[in-house]
Design a protein around this ligand. Sequence first.
Ligand SMILES: Nc1ncnc2c1ncn2[C@@H]1O[C@H](COP(=O)(O)OP(=O)(O)OP(=O)(O)O)[C@@H](O)[C@H]1O
Ligand SMILES: Nc1ncnc2c1ncn2[C@@H]1O[C@H](COP(=O)(O)OP(=O)(O)OP(=O)(O)O)[C@@H](O)[C@H]1O
Ligand SMILES: [Mg+2]
Ligand SMILES: [Mg+2]
Lengths: 254, 254
Amino acid sequence: RGVVWTVANQKGGVGKTATAVNLGAALASQGHRVLLLDVDPQGSATSNLISGEPLTADVYRVMTGTVRLESVIRATRVANLALAGANEDLAAVEVDLANVPGREGILRERLAAVRAEYDYVLVDSPPTLGILTINSLVAADRVVVPVQCEYLALEGLTRLLGTLEKVAALRGVATIDRLYVLTMYDQRNNLARDVVREVREHFGEDVARTVIPRTVKVAEAPGFGRTVLEHDPGGPASLAYRVLAEEVTNGARA
Amino acid sequence: RGVVWTVANQKGGVGKTATAVNLGAALASQGHRVLLLDVDPQGSATSNLISGEPLTADVYRVMTGTVRLESVIRATRVANLALAGANEDLAAVEVDLANVPGREGILRERLAAVRAEYDYVLVDSPPTLGILTINSLVAADRVVVPVQCEYLALEGLTRLLGTLEKVAALRGVATIDRLYVLTMYDQRNNLARDVVREVREHFGEDVARTVIPRTVKVAEAPGFGRTVLEHDPGGPASLAYRVLAEEVTNGARA
Ligand SMILES: Nc1ncnc2c1ncn2[C@@H]1O[C@H](COP(=O)(O)OP(=O)(O)OP(=O)(O)O)[C@@H](O)[C@H]1O
Ligand SMILES: Nc1ncnc2c1ncn2[C@@H]1O[C@H](COP(=O)(O)OP(=O)(O)OP(=O)(O)O)[C@@H](O)[C@H]1O
Ligand SMILES: [Mg+2]
Ligand SMILES: [Mg+2]
């Protein structure tokens, strides 16, 4: 109960938001109570789930201590899936918290009471290694790292891994639990197969067996204001996210 | 002479770096003297052009006033293409300059003397709208906006356009000149065609005629330490970037 999974990778466009939203939706469809916590000032996860509505209560005010996390959590149209939304105000946190001692642990602290009400908390982070992502990592029980099946996939990982070591030191633990999820796999290109092989060779058991295929349905879904499970329920990406949800909850990776 | 083009879009993974590097290489191959200025702490443009070598002199020290821009510019193996490189130190600028008056205009000022030595300065910016991107936008004569042919393509543009208005106000001009470049066009999917049509309907003359196709060669090239013009000289992406270079230099858009 109250397991926090942070979806992180400082590289842009690798499928963090697609994974946070669709894995969250898959877990919710399997009966788990899920909180999706959007920590990206660009709020793509937020607009996926409450598109078109203005956001009146958001994570920025929680980070700066103005309101409690509970008061910004709202239900979504997806059963079992709640949302704490983000908007561009959150960008100000970088500067607002610039010299505050203990600023890396604020999100963890704000989550402490709330997390017990959920089976899983999925945190969507921005494509940076700044204070927002650090907060998301410090708050995590496990870090889910989407790895896009492109040649540069492994490059940025070194830096992320270095950051995870610093987070482990901050938390006083030996290592941060992690799961790599290969995303946007395009079987038409050899590059994708090479990346899958290379990532599995490097990270072995830490790599999800399930690979998320590249399909236009995932890219389209937000434009329709839906998750891919709503937009294309029988399709390969929905299937993959459901299978991933079973894989991550069924013990080998509990 | 000394025209500054900033490649910007706060959305991750839309082809900013691919465009800065490959359009820069195409312009250089056509005889123009090009400076590529990397303002992204993740330094992908930098590692594209000097992969494997440590970066001893970088843009961070220029931004904080420690060294002059000239001293961090170096030749690359590509004729006519020089580089001012970035590394993760640059991330500290957000905090270092947090309350410095006039912090939005630092890059423009640092470029003032140097730009005259080049025909074009291409600035690669990070996937954020923070102080680094603001500096890049304030320094620009024109903003090149890569738009990935995906449904969410238009969503983030509203925020970028709002930022361009603020930059115009800061600079005391009516509007900031801009060019949208459609990237990663995949003819196998209808989504891409819809996005192209929608972007042209919205932005008309500000959209490049040339569209950059999605090809694995562009994604592979950095892994080989090359630009796509070196990696796949006869291929459709190299051709498209060369044609784009001619389009942007031949007058209709001068
Ligand atoms: N499996 C997939 N198939 C096709 N398109 C996908 C897939 N996963 C993600 N995309 C699309 O790729 C783009 C980037 O994905 P996404 O926004 O999830 O990445 P991100 O890592 O959160 O990006 P950012 O760094 O900007 O936050 C989006 O347009 C998304 O819809
Ligand atoms: N035309 C293309 N065809 C295929 N892959 C491409 C193309 N353009 C870019 N890519 C690949 O897509 C990924 C993202 O591209 P790129 O790094 O240029 O985007 P970016 O906007 O600079 O990302 P970031 O926001 O992280 O800086 C890279 O792996 C790149 O090689
Ligand atoms: Mg995202
Ligand atoms: Mg880039």
